[in-house]
Every structure is written in structure tokens, then in C-alpha cells.
Design a protein around this ligand. Structure first.
Ligand SMILES: [Zn+2]
Length: 231
């Protein structure tokens, strides 16, 4: 149990370092973040609560609803990272385009925390595929931005996460039989532990979780749709 807690705390600290990097840009020397990782681990907490708000600038604001809203002060997810690649659904390639990768600082913090913990428990797993978030200022993200489009993804609280593939390829899994269900279930569990409001999963993929959070939804057999709480 102790080893698990230490791994969790270390993962949270790495997540904090990632968020600091995201907020301060990629030019921050690695040495500046080292002391954060090597300090005494704090008591473990769910990733969303452990990741602080950005230390400079205004916090992001998710305005309105995910299906009728906009995003103020959004943060851009990089095109790729050590633990993730991004995937462009209409163009079917990686990385995803710049304007499809915006979310609230809190969403990016949640993502960073989950990815860091996932890496800690699966050091040899392939990188996780991240799909669309929101547009730079949110708003409509329907079919005119590329089929199939999104009914939600409008205020920086939604992100699509592709299920890991058994063959480890960094592409969307075209059918449930390509999905590594064990790894996919761990990702679902981590988003639930991080306090996600909803995790929508494909009816044919065989993933589960608390019914009020993890819900089956058609057209989600290649990715899970994660929605975080506004705050
Ligand atoms: Zn989605």
C-alpha cells in the first residue's frame, strides 16, 4: 500500500510539473522543475485537487454548457508529450490540428494527472491518444469543423481519449477487438478517481464504472469522452 501511495504522490507531483510547463511554455529549463519532483511527497489526493491553478494569468472560464457554451482563457494542449500523442479525427492522422486542442487549465491539469499516474502504473504502455478538446474560444464544434463533429466540446470541459490498442500503434482503434481492455479500463478508473463528471464509453467495448459517471454511448467504440466538472 505504501509503495502505491508513494507512486501516486510522485505521479501527482509530476502532473504539477507538467502543468507548470504547460502554463509557462516549453522554454522553461528542465532544471527549474526538478526540485518540485524531488521534494518530499505530499499526502496523496485525487489529481484534480492536487493540481493547482495556473500561477500566472487569469484562470480559464468555462462559460455556459458543454453543448452551448464558450471558453475564456483556455490553455492549449501540446501536439504531443512523452505520455501522449494527439489524433485528428477528420484528417485521421497525428498530431491533431492546433485549433482543436484547447481546454480549461483544470481540464489540462486533470489530463496531466491521469496520464502521469497511468505512466507510473504502466511504465511500458504505449502513449495515450488524445483527440479533440475545444476550439480556442470554444463554441460550436459541429460537422462543419470536420465529420463527424461534436454536439458538445464547446466550453473547454470535454476531451476525447482513444482506447489503447493491443498492437500498440498510435492510431485510433477501428473496432473494439483492437482495444486493450485492461489498459482502457485503467484509464476509465483514473478519470473517475480524478473526479470526472462523465466518462462516456462505447457499448461494445466492455468498460465499466460507477453508473452515474461511466455511461454507454453510441459512436464511442474507439474513444472515451471525458467531461470534467466546471469546478
Ligand atoms: Zn467527445
Amino acid at each position: 500500500m505504501n509503495a502505491k501511495l508513494v507512486a501516486f504522490a510522485a505521479a501527482v507531483l509530476v502532473a504539477v510539473a507538467l502543468v507548470v510547463l504547460l502554463v509557462h511554455g516549453e522554454n522553461t529549463p528542465a532544471s527549474e522543475t526538478q526540485p518540485v519532483v524531488t521534494t518530499q511527497p505530499a499526502p496523496p489526493e485525487p489529481p484534480t485537487q492536487a493540481v493547482p491553478p495556473p500561477s500566472r494569468g487569469q484562470p480559464s472560464r468555462a462559460i455556459g454548457k458543454p453543448w452551448a457554451g464558450r471558453l475564456v482563457g483556455g490553455v492549449q494542449l501540446p501536439p504531443e508529450g512523452v505520455d501522449f500523442f494527439t489524433w485528428d479525427p477528420p484528417l485521421k492522422h497525428s498530431p491533431n490540428r492546433d485549433w482543436r486542442r484547447w481546454g480549461t487549465d483544470r481540464l489540462l491539469g486533470t489530463l496531466a494527472g491521469v496520464l502521469a499516474y497511468y505512466r507510473a502504473i504502466h511504465p511500458d504502455a504505449p502513449r495515450v491518444g488524445i483527440g479533440d478538446l475545444s476550439r480556442p474560444h470554444g463554441g460550436s464544434f459541429g460537422r462543419r469543423f470536420g465529420a463527424p463533429g461534436h454536439a458538445s466540446h464547446q466550453n473547454g470541459l470535454d476531451v476525447d481519449v482513444y482506447y489503447p490498442r493491443k498492437d500498440r500503434l498510435e492510431r485510433r482503434p477501428p473496432a473494439p477487438r483492437f482495444v486493450d481492455r485492461g489498459l482502457a479500463q485503467d484509464l476509465v478508473d483514473l478519470f473517475v478517481a480524478a473526479g470526472a463528471r462523465y466518462v462516456f464509453v462505447g457499448p461494445r467495448v466492455g468498460l465499466h464504472g460507477p453508473r452515474r459517471v461511466v455511461q454507454p454511448l453510441v459512436l464511442h467504440d474507439d474513444h472515451m469522452h471525458v467531461r470534467i466538472k466546471p469546478r
